[in-house]
Design a protein around this ligand. Sequence first.
Ligand SMILES: Nc1ncnc2c1ncn2[C@@H]1O[C@H](COP(=O)(O)OP(=O)(O)O)[C@@H](O)[C@H]1O
Ligand SMILES: [Mg+2]
Length: 237
Amino acid sequence: MQQLSFNDQVIWFEPSLLTNIDHSQLAQIFEPEFWQQREAIVGSACGRGTTWFVQLEQMQAALRHYRRGGLFGKLVKDSYYFTNWGHTRGAREIEVLAALTQHKVHVPRAIAARAVKHGFFYRADILSERIPNAKDLVEILVESPLAHQVYYNIGVEIKKMHQAGVNHTDLNIHNILLDEQQKVWLIDFDKCGVQAGDAWKAGNLARLQRSFIKELNKCQIHWQQADWQALLDGYNA
Ligand SMILES: Nc1ncnc2c1ncn2[C@@H]1O[C@H](COP(=O)(O)OP(=O)(O)O)[C@@H](O)[C@H]1O
Ligand SMILES: [Mg+2]
């Protein structure tokens, strides 16, 4: 990753993944309008905000503006208290993605991130690789059930993430993707970090189990308790 520093903003970027962008345009790649003008927006997904999918020269990317969730998020939508550049949301997520990639966990590659400071606060964005032809577990399970082998593989992937020491503070079924080969991908590492010990690991799994139950009640996903056991079997293998 290279870094460009200005008075009020820092941009981290991987030049090899941004071959058709020049340095003078780097600040604009975090604006959906920039891609709109180039007719390079190929889709979008809704989470906390809108994730835009954009076409780069070699791949598609997912562009996300960091937003808060929860009640506090309704008041302060996208500003975070600034301490230092290395601790901004995007810088942190880049670090976590790099650590996970090193441990061979299936996660998107980070392409670029930025933080823009305003007074005591900052706003931040990240551009990461879009996993080609992938859907999240909610989308998939609304349509049909999944084989135990897939749940087992999801358990294996979460275990790999935990062995890398990464605490996924928002491990839910919107943040697990399957591609066309049914390969498992983990996404959305905002606020996540490498953490010592293992008391938090059970917490990640409990949150994920609650997420299955929540979507079962909300969207009638095709899921049952035995599927959870298959996932745990993979995790404990
Ligand atoms: N790298 C990616 N590849 C494919 N789809 C993605 C990727 N990142 C996000 N998405 C899609 O966008 C949705 C929202 O993105 P996410 O990173 O989870 O942000 P948030 O939950 O904070 O809104 C995801 O649930 C997923 O469907
Ligand atoms: Mg998410």
